[in-house]
Design a protein. Structure first.
Length: 287
């Protein structure tokens, strides 16, 4: 596999576990560092693929975080039908599939692991652990995230249980699930970064057959906004827009009757990482 390319989970399964050329260690106490031949990627990983592994090239020298694994026996108690998918591997990687792929990709023969079979006490816990690892990653696009959340809801049976497993609000989950209502063309545009998440959520409320047309109208409006206006006659010049003040924002929040969890979700979507740090510092200073 070449550096700078996206790695598919199915391809990874073909070069580790039962198919790896690395010799097996003898049986004994649970090790903390094992050859790749002993590991299989989680067949139930909610990701479509593992993304570009170039940012993990340093794993050839240093592995900063061990992979979380469960024993073969614990995994197969939940998913006996996956026996052929994990081959003869002794452990299944639940958190750390990208590290496993990077180790194979860049020539590292082994991986540091932590064995926690309690993660595999039931299907809900196993899937939640895999989802939690990926939520918020830059290379885990929002549609993948939404699909992963939906999988967990189906496994748990209710939104409340899924929210509890993920330690997220029901509003956060509702936002993600709404993206699955988008037409396929819009989901593709969202994954490519051509459609903003805030716009996508609005479009998701539109009937599917009208979404593409609504997006075209939205892009046309944005295009017109970006076009420079001709210099107005001084006598007809429009007044400048009044600045945003804390009082105006507060009035908006009150009209919306937004609860703290919803406000937090909205701010996380609205601000970038630097903006969130500035906000947290400002709130700390004012507390």
């Amino acid at each position: 596999m070449a550096r700078g390319t996206r790695t598919n989970l199915a391809a990874l399964a073909g070069v580790v576990g039962d198919n790896s050329p690395v010799d097996r260690p003898t049986a004994g106490a649970t090790p903390t560092n094992v050859p790749l031949s002993e590991l299989a990627p989680n067949p139930r990983n909610p990701r479509d693929d593992l993304g570009d592994l170039a940012d993990l090239v340093s794993i050839t020298g240093t592995q900063l975080q061990p992979a979380l694994v469960v024993t073969r026996e614990a995994y197969l108690r939940l998913y006996p039908e996956d026996d052929t998918k994990i081959g003869l591997a002794r452990w299944v990687v639940i958190n750390g599939c990208r590290r496993l792929a990077a180790a194979e990709n860049f020539g590292r023969p082994n991986l540091d692991i932590v064995v926690k079979d309690e993660v595999a006490k039931d299907r809900e816990s196993l899937l939640a652990a895999a989802v939690i690892e990926n939520v918020g990653r830059r290379d885990f696009d929002v549609i993948e995230e939404a699909k992963a959340v939906e999988l967990l809801i189906n496994e748990c049976g209710t939104v409340d249980k899924a929210a509890l497993k993920l330690n997220k609000s029901k509003a956060w989950i509702s936002y993600r699930r709404s993206l699955l209502n988008l037409a396929p063309e819009l989901q593709t545009a969202l994954r490519k970064g051509e459609l903003a998440v805030r716009t996508a959520r609005s479009l998701a409320q539109v009937p599917p057959e009208a979404q593409v047309q609504a997006w075209a109208a939205e892009r046309e409006r944005e295009h017109k906004k970006s076009e420079p206006d001709p210099t107005p006659d001084p006598e007809n010049r429009m007044p400048t827009k009044s600045p945003v003040t804390a009082a105006k924002v507060t009035r908006t929040f009150r009209r919306l009757e937004a609860d703290p969890a919803t406000l937090a979700d909205a701010l996380v979507d609205y601000l970038d990482a630097d903006g969130l740090r500035t906000l947290i510092q400002a709130l700390t200073d004012r507390h």
